[in-house]
Design a protein around this ligand. Structure first.
Ligand SMILES: [Zn+2]
Length: 165
């Protein structure tokens, strides 16, 4: 797949604010565990990041006035709001010097594992079953992925943004 390796425990995991759902999905495609939740209160967001050891990503200026962030207790990164989703991803990878990793599930951030092709017969769409050799399943939400045109578009865009830097 895209990256050389899967996420390790030393790689950062992220919690995105409610405005950054798109970024969270792209971080997952780049191989990073990233969560977000619509409508979560700032206070709860900060508490959850602390409780789960995640780095907070936010486009909300006042968030960075909080003491736990100012004193470095909670690692956080300000994401310029005017950037598009892919530029936001590039911004994070550049700032933190992170490589592309093997993708995680874009729906939930779970780890993907290989599934032998014969196991997805009847489950994969017929066209995908005919044309693709590699299938993956999310360990968390069980969503099935395959190396088809949609996936190729995603990996091409990921490599485009990392090649520009
Ligand atoms: Zn999933």
């Amino acid at each position: 797949m895209t990256g050389e390796r899967t996420q390790e425990s030393s790689d950062p995991r992220f919690l995105c604010d409610a405005m950054l759902g798109g970024l969270a999905r792209w971080l997952r495609a780049a191989g990073y565990d990233a969560q977000f939740e619509y409508g979560i209160k700032d206070r709860d967001l900060v508490a959850r990041a602390q409780a789960t050891g995640r780095m907070l990503l936010s486009s909300d200026g006042p968030m960075f006035e909080r003491n736990v962030i100012k004193n470095g207790e909670l690692p956080a990164l300000y994401i310029p709001q005017q950037l598009g989703k892919l530029d936001q991803l590039r911004f994070v990878l550049d700032k933190l010097h992170l490589p592309l990793l093997s993708p995680r599930c874009m729906a939930c951030g779970g780890e993907l594992r290989d599934v032998p092709k014969h196991r997805v017969m009847g489950e994969a769409p017929p066209l995908a079953y005919r044309n693709c050799e590699h299938f993956w399943r999310c360990r968390n939400c069980a969503k099935l992925f395959w190396h088809g045109t949609h996936w190729q578009k995603i990996t091409t865009r990921l490599h485009d943004i990392t090649a520009q830097g």
